[in-house]
Design a protein around this ligand. Structure first.
Ligand code: NAP
Ligand code: GLV
Length: 313
C-alpha cells in the first residue's frame, strides 16, 4: 500500500513517523513536484493542484483538517482537478470538539460576566461594579450544528444560557432550539446576544457575517468567529463595532493569515484576536482516525467524513 503525504508545516516529519508507526505495512512518501508515481491513498493539507490532478489511481484522499475549503477551491477554480470517484475524507472531531467548546465557552462567559469590560476598567484604575447580564436572556446563537457546532451548543447550554442552533437541514440537539435553512435564518438571529460561527466555508456561507446579519442581532451583540475568515465581511464588522450595533468580537480566523501587521483589527480595543488556534489538529488522534479509515476501506467497509463535493462540505 502506497501513501502520498503532503503537509507544508514544520512538524511534517513527526506526522510521517507516526503514520509509518500506525500503518507499518504502508510505503509512505512525501510528495514533491513532478511525483506522478502510483499511490493508493493521499494524506494532505492544502495541497498544490499538481498533487491531485489526474490522480484516478487513488482510493481516497484524506484531508488533514475538518474544513475542506482549500481543496475544494482547487476544483472550483479549475473544474476537473479532483479525480472523479475518489472520495475526499475530512477529519471528524479528532479532539477538535472539546477544544472548540473550551475556546467558545471561555469567550461567551467572558462576555456574560463582562470580563472584557472589567479589563478596560482595570487599565483605567476604575473600581466599578457593572450590572450583571441576566443569564436567562443572554441568548447564544451557534451557526452550524455539525460535529463541532453541536458539541459547542450543548456545552454552552449546560451554563444555563438560552442556546439556538442553525443548520442547513433540520437537526435536534438536546437543550438547544434549532432552526434550519434560509427561511428560518432571520428568526434564528433575532435578538441573539452572542453569535458563534461554526459553518464550513462554501459558496452559500461566504460573507454570511455581514451588515444585514449583524442588524438582526440584539443591539450591542458580540461575534465569535472560529470557522473561516471568508465568512466575515471585515468592513461590516468594523462599521458595526463603530456604530455600537456590535459591542465586541473574538476572532480566530481571518481572510489573510497571518493577519497583516497594518490590519485595523489589531488596534481595535473591541476585537480579541487569536492566531487560528481555537481547535488544533491533534497528531495522535488524527493519525489514528485516518489509519482506522484506511484499514476499513481496504476491507471494503464504509467510512464517515466523506465530503459532498457539490454541497461543499
Ligand atoms: P460539519 O460537521 O460538516 O458541520 C457543518 C454544519 O454547518 C452542519 O450542521 C451543516 O448543516 C451546516 N451548514 C453547512 N452549510 C450550511 C448553510 N448553507 N446554511 C446553514 N447551515 C449550513 O463541520 P465541522 O466539523 O463541525 O466543522 C465546521 C467548520 O469549522 C469547518 O468547516 C472549518 O472551517 C472550521 N474549523 C475551524 C477550526 C479552527 O481552528 N478555527 C478548526 C476546525 C474546524 P447540516 O447539519 O444540515 O449538514
Ligand atoms: C482547521 O481550521 C480545520 O479546518 O481543521
Amino acid at each position: 500500500m502506497k501513501i502520498l503525504f503532503y503537509l507544508p508545516t514544520a512538524d511534517s516529519a513527526a506526522w510521517q513517523r507516526d503514520f509509518v508507526r500506525a500503518l507499518p505495512e504502508a510505503e509512505l512518501r512525501e510528495w514533491r513536484a513532478g511525483d506522478t508515481a502510483p499511490a493508493d491513498f493521499a494524506v494532505v493539507w492544502r495541497p498544490p493542484r499538481e498533487l491531485l490532478a489526474g490522480r484516478d489511481d487513488l482510493r481516497a484522499i484524506f484531508n488533514l483538517g475538518a474544513g475542506v475549503d482549500a481543496i475544494l477551491a482547487l476544483e472550483h477554480d479549475q473544474p476537473g482537478t479532483l479525480p472523479r470517484n475518489v472520495p475526499l475524507i475530512r477529519l471528524e472531531d479528532t479532539g477538535m470538539a472539546p477544544q472548540m467548546a473550551e475556546y467558545v465557552t471561555h469567550a461567551v462567559l467572558r462576555y456574560l460576566r463582562r470580563f472584557d469590560e472589567y479589563q478596560t476598567l482595570q487599565r483605567e484604575r476604575r473600581w466599578e461594579v457593572l450590572e450583571p447580564h441576566p443569564r436567562g436572556t443572554f441568548t447564544v446563537g451557534v451557526l452550524g450544528l455539525g460535529v463541532l457546532g453541536a458539541h459547542v451548543a450543548q456545552t454552552l447550554a449546560s451554563f444555563g444560557v438560552p442556546v439556538r442552533g442553525y443548520s442547513r437541514s433540520a437537526r435536534q440537539v438536546d437543550n438547544v432550539t434549532t432552526f434550519a435553512g434560509e427561511a428560518q435564518f432571520d428568526a434564528f438571529l433575532d435578538g441573539v446576544q452572542v453569535l458563534v460561527n461554526l459553518l464550513p466555508h462554501t459558496p452559500d456561507t461566504r460573507d454570511i457575517l455581514n451588515a444585514r446579519t449583524f442588524a438582526k442581532l440584539a443591539r450591542g451583540a458580540r461575534l465569535i468567529n472560529v470557522a473561516r475568515g471568508a465568512h466575515l465581511v471585515e468592513q461590516d464588522l468594523l462599521d458595526a463595532l463603530a456604530s455600537g450595533q456590535l459591542a465586541a468580537a473574538t476572532l480566530d480566523v481571518f481572510r489573510d493569515e497571518p493577519l497583516p501587521h497594518d490590519h485595523p483589527f489589531w488596534q481595535n480595543p473591541r476585537v480579541t484576536i487569536t492566531p487560528h488556534v481555537s481547535a488544533l489538529t491533534l497528531r495522535e488522534d488524527s493519525v489514528a482516525q485516518i489509519a482506522r479509515k484506511i484499514e476499513a476501506l481496504r476491507r471494503g467497509e464504509a467510512v464517515g467524513g466523506i465530503v459532498d463535493i457539490n454541497r461543499g462540505y
